[in-house]
Design a protein around this ligand. Structure first.
Ligand code: FES
Length: 106
């Protein structure tokens, strides 16, 4: 189990315990984090699970693969730190991860 913090657009912080192998999106949905919609259920087909990875975590989380990159084109206000949270699998190395939820989804 690792701790993940979601900071939503109004600044509210949600700290959740996440199991290894689950995704950052699944933990947001399970804990009713506002702003993560995940309409496609994690199939990398909707871009409504878009989050921003906090700067110091970007390298550790890694880059989006080409399919995710293509889907990110449909996300709102994409930045260098943008990822689709359904494509990030939780590992021990992610303990303390902080992600920011955008103002709105696509
Ligand atoms: Fe649809 Fe992530 S849940 S792309």
């Amino acid at each position: 189990m690792v701790k993940i913090s979601y900071i939503v657009h109004d600044g509210t912080r949600f700290e959740v315990k996440a199991e290894n192998g689950s995704t950052v999106m699944e933990n947001a949905i399970r804990n009713a984090v506002p702003g993560v919609e995940a309409e496609c259920g994690g199939a990398c087909a909707c871009a409504t699970c878009h989050v921003y990875i906090e700067e110091k975590w970007i390298e550790k989380i890694g880059q989006a693969d080409p399919m995710e990159e293509d889907m990110l084109d449909f996300a709102y206000a994409v930045q260098r730190s943008s990822r689709l949270s359904c494509q990030i699998k939780v590992t021990d190395e992610m303990d303390g991860l902080v992600v920011h939820v955008p103002e709105r989804q696509a």
